[in-house]
Design a protein around this ligand. Sequence first.
Ligand SMILES: [Zn+2]
Length: 225
Amino acid sequence: MTHVVFRDDDVDEVSDQFLAYRDLMKKYEMPVTYAVIPGRTSPSSAQKLKSLKTAKDVFVQHGWMHTNHGTDTQKAEFGMREPEIEQQEILAGYAKMKDLFADDFLPVFVPPYHAYTQHTWHAAQEAGCKGFSAKKGQPVWAGMRSLPAHILFDIYRDGKHSFLSAQTALRQFLFLRKRPFVIFLTHHKNIDSYERTELEKVLRFLSQLKMRGKVTFCSFGDLLQ
Ligand SMILES: [Zn+2]
């Protein structure tokens, strides 16, 4: 049975868009693994996020401030600067995530823009992370579970943003569904009415597969066990 997982990135303050996203996922009983930007998340926001979470939702560590230190075409928060500076940011992010989310923090590192090097991987591991989640087809090393996003709803081409249609997302899913797990990646901040309609079609289809015993809905917490 395939484990279906949703990772939602760039979580910081609780916005109307966040609430709409969370309600949609809750309607289909899809747990969410939220990648939180620790440097931009206040204690009161973390409190709110924790109070809104469903039983299986978890919070993982995204980039410290989600600042682009790369170029416009090759964005990167990690993998571009002195390894010591990046290591300090990963340590600070880990400590703040523990402080803000306590037991609801799952120690997995998600590098912004899927950009990282071997130094980033080892810094996350040394900080205490048990998993690392970028996107599929990128390098991995030993010591942590690799949890790559397989299906990316957001597409950036020539500086323009678009969202996968439900048809394309499901075609990608059906191609991958022999795998033990398939990770979908969303950014709730990019989800308005069209995106919501397409996402809901995907969730409805996945729910039908779940009812037929073909898939199960999980979070990163289940994959790390
Ligand atoms: Zn991000």
